[in-house]
Structure formats: C-alpha cells, structure tokens
Write a protein that binds this ligand. Structure first.
Ligand SMILES: NC(=O)c1ccc[n+]([C@@H]2O[C@H](COP(=O)([O-])OP(=O)(O)OC[C@H]3O[C@@H](n4cnc5c(N)ncnc54)[C@H](OP(=O)(O)O)[C@@H]3O)[C@@H](O)[C@H]2O)c1
Length: 316
C-alpha cells in the first residue's frame, strides 16, 4: 500500500478522502497549515503551504499527494483576486513542485464547474470553458498539474454528497451548486419541515452526483494503478435537482409531498454566472480504474448507510 499525503484533510471532501484511503490500508498523512489538536483522526504534518520546500519536507517518503486544499470562499475570491490566485494556482504549483522534488504522484481534485454548463455528460477530453472565477482558477490549477507534474492526474468531481468527518455540524444547506443538497433535504424532512428545491435557469440544475467516500476510493485506485491524465469521478446518473430530491425521498423513506419547488432566494445567488448542466461522463475513467459508475440510487443508498453508521461507505 502507498503512503499518501492529503492536503485539505480538515475540509469536507479531504477528510473523507483521508478516512477512505486509510480504510483501504494506505498510510495517510494530512498536510495541515494549523495545529488541529490531539483529537484529529489521522497523522498530520504541519507545513507552510506558502513554501515549496516546507511542502516537500511534508511529502518526504510519500508515493502520492491528494491535493484538495483550496480557498473556499466564492465571494472572497472576487474581493481579493491576488489571494485567490495564490490559494488555487499558486498553491497547486507549490504542491506540484514539491511532489516533483520528492517523486510523488499528484492527484488533484477538481470540479465540474470548469465547464460552462451547456453540455451534457461531457467526456474527460472536453475542453474547459469556465464561466466564473472559481471555475477559471480550478481550470488553471488543472493545467499546472497536467503540464508541470512529473506524474499526476486531475479528478473532476461534482454534486458531492456526504458527511463532514471532523466537524459535528457539517455543511447542510442547499446552495446554487449541488453540494450538501441531499443532507439538507433529509434533515429538513426528518425535522418535519417542508423543503423547497430550487429550480431556476441561472443555477446548477443538472449534475452527476457522487458520494464523497467514492472520491476517496477512486483516488486510491488511481494511485495504486498509476493512472494519469484527466479523470471524471462522476456518478452514473445525470439528474436534475427535482429528480435528485425524488430519489432521495425514495431511498431515505421520506414524504415527497413535503417537497416544494421554486426559485432560490436572492441572497443565495452568486455574483457571477453559474453553469447549468455540469453532468460528467465517467465511464472511460471507471474502465481505467477497474470499476464502474454507480447509479444515483446506489450513491444515495451508500449515503444513507453512511448517515446511519456514521462512517464513510465507498462503493468501488
Ligand atoms: N464540496 C464540493 O461539493 C466540491 C465539488 C467539486 C469539487 N470540490 C473540490 O474538492 C476540494 C475540497 O473541497 P471542500 O468542499 O472539501 O473544501 P473545504 O471543506 O472548504 O476545505 C478546504 C480545505 O482547504 C484548506 N485551505 C484553505 N485555504 C488554504 C490555503 N490557503 N492553504 C492551504 N490550505 C488551505 C482548509 O484548511 P483549514 O481547515 O486550515 O482552513 C481545508 O482543509 C476542492 O479542491 C474543491 O474544489 C468540492
């Protein structure tokens, strides 16, 4: 098994990636930029993420680095573009350069928002055409990995659903992307509240959701098999928000009569365009990784088990 460093391990997706990789038997170390305290579940190395050599010391002895850290603040990145550039592209360049120094393969988690949202089930070789700064910074960071890493892959994900591993109160509210949608819906209906599924031409309306543990499982497979290039870690079903809500009610045994449909509130809108259909085709990736895509009902079944048992449930 490989020794794999994870950046962004204190975050939503990175924590689950660390958990699943460790569960697969990989030797995991999270590169953190602050003291995370004694209760953190995986070994950590404190690094200065602004310094390549500090990152290289953190990567010493690692076969690979799963790079997930980002400045995750959509409004903030518009307010301070220089910091945003560094929090995405600069950081990715330093991680790649450090990985090249230590002979580590880079696995960069990217997003379906590198596309403009006019396609449907787009393949891995579709050229990106981002419509907002987040998508642009992710696409630019992808290029850093693809052009600069001695060994590396870009794994695009979208519609990520799951539990936060290290924060009791994980993100749980609907937003104009697909993230957190399912658990926000489940929580509202279980609390006896109604839930309004947003429908609007100016939000992310179609995606291929994936549960976060599956991202960890697929990353492990890519590292183990030495698969490089652009990968789509996509669920096997392209769904609208309405279809996802209905499937969630079926799988979690919830009353679909309590679901309403309507536009998002003005305060939820972002100060930039949002891609409409960001569904990804993942079949070629899955074939390269020796697995298959999983339907939305399989993804939601895994999420339900994750909620019930309190630990990640990978599918591959
Ligand atoms: N969530 C989704 O639905 C989704 C969808 C598509 C793609 N992704 C991708 O998945 C990755 C993880 O996203 P997430 O939702 O898990 O994010 P998140 O929960 O906001 O976590 C962000 C992580 O990045 C770290 N970080 C922030 N700024 C940093 C900096 N300047 N230098 C070093 N580390 C920094 C944070 O560390 P601290 O704890 O120290 O702040 C945290 O560990 C990202 O690359 C994102 O583009 C996510």
């Amino acid at each position: 098994m490989a020794r794999i460093a994870v950046t962004g391990g204190t975050g939503f997706v990175g924590g689950t990636v660390a958990s699943v990789l460790a569960g697969q038997g990989h030797d995991v170390v999270c590169l953190v930029r602050r003291d995370v305290g004694p209760g953190f579940p995986w070994p950590t190395t404190l690094v200065d993420t602004g310094d390549r050599d500090s990152l290289a010391r953190g990567l010493d002895g690692c076969d690979a680095v799963a790079h997930l850290a980002i400045m995750n603040d959509f409004h903030g990145m518009y307010a301070d573009r220089r910091t945003a550039w560094d929090g995405y592209v600069g950081l990715t360049r330093r991680v790649v350069d450090a990985a090249n120094l230590t002979g580590s393969r880079v696995g960069y988690v990217s997003t379906d928002w590198v596309f403009d949202g006019t396609g449907h089930l787009v393949p891995e070789d579709e050229p990106p055409n981002p419509v907002n700064l987040y998508g642009f910074l992710k696409a630019a960071s992808e290029l850093v990995v693809l052009e600069r890493a001695a060994a590396g892959f870009v794994a695009r994900v979208g519609g990520v659903q799951g539990l936060h591993q290290t924060q009791q109160e994980g993100p749980r509210s609907q937003d104009v992307g697909f993230g957190y949608f399912v658990l926000a819906l489940v929580e509202a209906l279980r609390d006896g509240r109604r839930f309004t599924v947003w429908e609007d031409p100016h939000i992310n309306a179609v995606a291929t959701p994936i549960v976060s543990p599956e991202i960890g499982a697929l990353l492990g497979r890519a590292v183990d098999r030495g698969v490089d290039g652009i990968l789509h870690f996509a669920g096997g079903t392209a769904v609208t928000r309405r279809e996802l809500a209905m499937a969630t009610c079926e799988v979690f045994g919830l009353d679909a009569e309590r679901v309403d449909f309507g536009p998002p509130p003005d305060e939820a809108r972002l100060p930039a365009p949002v891609p409409y259909d960001t569904s990804l085709a993942g079949e070629a990736t899955m074939a390269a990784l020796g697995t298959r895509t999983h339907t939305i009902h399989e993804q939601l079944g895994a999420l339900r088990r994750e909620v019930e048992q309190g630990s990640p449930v990978p599918l591959s």
